[in-house]
Design a protein around this ligand. Structure first.
Ligand SMILES: [Zn+2]
Ligand SMILES: [Zn+2]
Length: 333
């Protein structure tokens, strides 16, 4: 099969992904083989490709927002018939036995596997998944538009849940890529007012189109005090600015898997019971709950489509803020 393979991490400007032929994988017990139709591009793919996350598997096929169709199943995999359209997300598997799994916090599992990082992902014509970790895709979404729901959407949703935002609340979003453009729609559906801080003017414009009441630069101060805020941009210097905009008792949620150093903070920014917390992965329940609400709203995803062989070009564009909404690789069209 064709795939984009990372042999070793390198700056994306050097186009480190090789479009090449690799053996088509075989589903093992409990697994399904998915014929990929679309794979969304996530900032985490950039972190994996450039080596900002520790190397776990090399070579590796990145990609963890996979939409495709089940083509074959391994032994004991009977949950979905062949031909079912499913999504494969970041959480490839958990051990099911550690203290976190037992406590309903499988996102924090001690022995997880991650799609496109510790196991091969969806920048390929086929990908393997554990049948218990795939998500049926709601009918209203076409393949390409569904792809960004699987990480940007689910992680944005979990970030919103952890932020505690509700009806009438004022929510700040810092960074307005794929996750932000989904989170704003859910937050507005829940009746919150949304304020966007993002460096790129095209992203500010998209935010206003999606119903933000205000949009400004990266660390621009919103015109009101916020009940809670989420930082999606991987830039630690946003943290003090975001805390400054928070009301007493407000929560600042950090939605990324990687962030540059957070500068020293004056304790006054944190005092008055402000909370800073991170988001790590998601539970399967988050995924199923989000996809249900995504269909109900319904979520509109703004996408830019690239052919599979152009994954390097898409990741370069992502790094340069040149994607409006989400980049998606079209596979096998
Ligand atoms: Zn576990
Ligand atoms: Zn992701």
């Amino acid at each position: 099969m064709k795939a984009c393979v990372l042999q070793s991490p390198a700056p994306i400007e050097t186009n480190p992904l090789q479009f090449t032929d690799v053996p088509k994988p075989e589903p093992q017990a409990g697994q399904v083989l998915v014929r990929v139709r679309a794979c969304g591009i996530c900032r985490t793919d950039l972190h994996v490709t450039e080596g900002e996350l520790p190397t776990r598997k090399m070579p590796v096929i990145p990609g963890h927002q996979v939409v495709g169709v089940i083509e074959a199943a391994g032994a004991n995999a009977r949950r979905y018939p062949t031909g079912t359209r499913v999504g494969i997300a970041w959480l490839h598997s958990t051990d099911g036995t550690c203290e976190y799994c037992k406590a309903g916090k499988e996102n924090l599992c001690n022995n997880p596997a991650f799609t496109g990082y510790t196991v091969d992902g969806g920048y390929a014509e086929y990908a393997l998944a554990e049948e218990n970790f795939v998500y049926p895709i709601p009918e209203g979404f076409d393949d390409l538009k569904a792809a960004p729901l699987l990480c940007a959407g689910i992680i944005g949703f979990r970030s919103l849940r952890l932020s505690g935002i509700g009806r009438g609340g004022r929510l700040g979003l810092y960074g307005f890529g794929a996750a932000g453009s989904v989170a704003i729609q859910v937050a507005r559906y829940w009746g919150a007012e949304v304020y966007i801080s993002t460096r790129d003017e095209r992203h500010q414009k998209l935010a206003l189109e999606l119903g933000a009441v205000w949009a400004g630069g990266t660390v621009a101060e919103p015109p009101v005090q916020l009940d809670s805020a989420i930082v999606f941009a991987p830039a630690g210097e946003i943290v003090p600015a975001a805390l400054k905009a928070l009301k007493k008792g407000g929560t600042l949620t950090l939605g990324g898997i990687h962030m540059s150093q957070i500068p020293a903070l004056n304790y006054n920014l944190l005092y008055q019971e402000r909370v800073v917390r991170s988001v790590a992965n998601n539970t399967r329940q988050d995924g199923h709950d989000f996809l249900r609400i995504a269909a109900e709203i319904p979520i509109h995803t703004e996408i830019q489509v690239f052919p599979l062989k152009d994954a390097n070009r898409a990741l370069n564009a992502l790094k340069n803020d040149a994607i409006r909404g989400a980049a998606v690789l079209q596979v096998g069209a």
